[in-house]
Write a protein of this length. Structure first.
Length: 294
């Protein structure tokens, strides 16, 4: 197969995935040495045998066996193949394909899809045979004419995830480390937004939900982890950091109060005034006039 035919097939798969929200295929043929690092627009579950590295977020995972891989659209990843051939199965699906809100939250909370989880699970030959049977079932359903095709495909996805969690359950002794890791990631993400350089580029992440979505975890899990490690909920961390930045901008720039409000993500200057007075006990104008001596 030449390079052009590979690109055409890839483009067809992408358009088909966008149209139907789901795609399943068998992996055969030569393996590309590397695939670009970046976020995708879909979830991906792969059963494969090979010799490769998978870079996932800030982790690099070395593989030389049969494994399951769970790709998350919110977390950048790439693969680097060392073996010339690849074989296995892959299914790709969008968040919309999953269906109900409850199923989406269940998917998002699965440890294999979280940024603090391990997305690669080694499987035995017996486990691989069971999962391969599910992929064969998906291939049959996908190409057939069934009344409840999407629901049948979702059931197969659920069974693969259930099997993966059974193989690699979450251990209680790892929970503290997981909480510390996600708290560190939250803190890094919060700090990356500062200092604010221009009012034309306001803060994007201002709520616990914003940070949870960016880190691809449920907001309750994120808030619980941060509070466990720091003793303070996310809302307090965000409020304190925005207040600190507001004081710096009031002291060290000649920006108007309105510009500072917009830069910090407030829709109206009055909202910022009320917020600043609530957390600092003084209005922004008074703080500026007193040159920060409060």
């Amino acid at each position: 197969m030449n390079r052009n035919s590979v690109c055409t097939a890839a483009a067809f798969s992408a358009s088909e995935l966008k149209l139907k929200g789901f795609k399943v295929h068998e992996i055969t043929g030569p393996a590309y040495s590397s695939l670009s690092f970046g976020r995708k627009d879909f979830y991906k579950i792969v059963l494969a045998t090979g010799d490769m590295n998978i870079c996932y977020g800030d982790k690099t995972i070395d593989i030389n066996d049969t494994f399951l891989f769970f790709g998350n659209p919110h977390i950048p990843y790439s693969t680097e193949h060392r073996s010339p051939e690849q074989k296995g199965y892959a299914c790709l699906f969008t968040e919309d394909f999953i269906g109900s809100r409850e199923r989406k939250e269940s998917l998002l909370n699965a440890s294999i899809f979280r940024i603090d989880g391990i997305p690669v699970i080694p499987v035995s030959s017996e486990q691989a045979a069971f999962i391969e049977g599910l992929y064969q079932r998906m291939l049959s359903v996908y190409s057939g004419d069934y009344e409840r095709k999407d629901e049948m495909l979702r059931s197969c996805i659920d069974l693969i995830i259930h099997e993966a969690l059974r193989i690699q359950p979450q251990h209680g002794l790892k929970q503290r480390n997981a909480a510390a890791r996600i708290t560190c990631l939250f803190t890094e993400l919060l700090e990356k937004q500062f200092p604010v350089e221009t009012a034309a580029d306001p803060l994007r992440l201002r709520t616990a939900q914003d940070f949870a979505e960016s880190l691809a975890v449920h907001v309750n899990y994120l808030n619980r982890s941060v509070k466990e490690i720091t003793g303070k909920p996310i809302s307090v961390h965000i409020a304190e950091r925005i207040a600190t930045e507001a004081k710096a901008l009031l002291q060290h720039t000649n920006w108007s109060i309105a510009d500072i409000a917009y830069a910090l993500g407030f829709e109206y200057p009055s909202y910022f005034n009320n917020y600043f007075k609530r957390v600092s006990g003084i209005t922004p104008n008074s703080f500026r006039k007193n040159k920060g001596k409060v």
